[in-house]
Design a protein around this ligand. Structure first.
Ligand code: PHE
Length: 339
């Protein structure tokens, strides 16, 4: 056996392979070349009969031939698997497919659509505003004067530059934008991100989501606010939830209230979640301050309105009994997959 013989053996093998189109024939070919009594075994077996000096080189060539044969057989096998006719028997087309794992929307995104959906049913429009705001829209227009201590409650990230742009600290500036660009009657909800330079802990993040809501028309009364909120809270927390309003202060509403719901863990009896009070604070609300109406060019004599604002993560925490706000944004699938 010489080098040339080895090369022609491979050529033979190649042309034989080409003619094959069934798995059974391919197996027959494989055995004829690679089987225990096959051609390769025969070649290997002949090595001891060679001159000592030739054995190593010849062995190497036989090995290379064997590898080329194995790899061509592999390719042919793959080809037949994909192909038609008899070859298909090696693929079980009745086997259930491997389905790709589908993701889903984040809990907070789901809750935002759920909440907006409740308000849309009542005729509210969903409008979004920018996260970078002017100082006027975030503060001044909302009757929060410069250098007034009430600004501390909305501690703010300012951007570099002379025009005092900032990351909005609440969604209320969208009230100003919408009222300036449209005319009453208005019923609008505004979901979106807000930013405050708070130190992160179990109940604070420097970025979170709010939903603002407001309605402006002739003859909008505090009872309209109450009825709207009660309808909304029952949709989100169930028909048995009770609501109460406590007097509060916001510069952009007068009168203002903080709204509580009966604790959904202890049903109002008092537990560790509600601090034994039986009530959980859930949002801020009030009648739009006449100064705000004037700032957008509405006459407070003709129009009145209510507004409210809530933190989405807080609602999610109360609805699902989540203890730590940070878990929403840690991207831990063990948590996210539960919703
Ligand atoms: N903007 C207030 C906040 O972020 C919430 C609020 C909105 C209160 C509208 C009253 C009316 O805390």
């Amino acid at each position: 056996m010489s080098e040339r013989d080895i090369a022609s053996l491979y050529k033979n093998f190649e042309s034989e392979t080409e003619g094959i189109n069934s798995a059974a024939d391919l197996e027959e070919l494989r055995l004829r070349y690679l089987g225990r009594k096959g051609l390769i075994a025969e070649l290997t077996g002949s090595i001891p009969t060679l001159e000592k000096s030739e054995r190593a080189e010849f062995g190497k060539q036989v090995n290379a031939l064997k590898n080329r044969i194995i790899s061509l057989l592999g390719e042919k096998e793959k080809f037949l698997g994909r192909g038609s006719g008899e070859a298909r028997e090696s693929v079980d087309i009745t086997m259930p497919a491997f389905l790709p794992e589908l993701g889903h929307r984040h809990l907070i995104t789901q809750l935002i659509s759920e909440i907006c959906g409740v308000f849309e049913k009542m005729g509210f429009l969903v409008i979004e505003g920018p996260e970078v705001e002017t100082e006027y829209n975030n503060f001044t227009g909302l009757n929060i004067p410069l250098e007034h201590p009430s600004r501390d409650a909305f501690d703010t990230f300012y951007l570099k530059g002379k025009n005092r742009l900032l990351l909005r600290s609440h969604t209320s500036p969208v009230q100003i934008r919408v009222m300036k660009s449209r005319k009453p009657p208005l019923a609008v909800v505004v979901p979106g991100r807000v930013y405050r330079p708070d130190a992160t802990d179990a109940s604070h993040l420097f970025m979170f989501y709010q939903i603002e809501g407001f309605m402006v028309d002739t003859n909008i009364r505090f009872s309209d606010l109450k009825g709207t909120l009660e309808f909304f809270l029952k949709k989100i927390f169930g028909p048995d939830v009770r609501m109460r309003l406590r007097p509060h202060f916001f510069p952009f509403t007068e009168p203002s209230a903080e709204v509580d719901i009966s604790c959904n863990i202890c049903n109002g009896k008092g537990c560790s979640t509600c601090g034994r009070k039986g009530w959980l604070e859930i949002l801020g609300a009030g009648m739009i301050h006449p100064n705000v109406l004037r700032n957008v060019g509405y006459s407070p004599k003709k129009y009145s309105g209510f507004a409210f604002g809530m933190g989405i993560e807080r609602i999610a925490m109360l609805k699902y009994g989540i203890q730590d706000i940070r878990i929403f944004y840690e991207n831990d699938l063990r948590f996210l997959k539960q919703f």
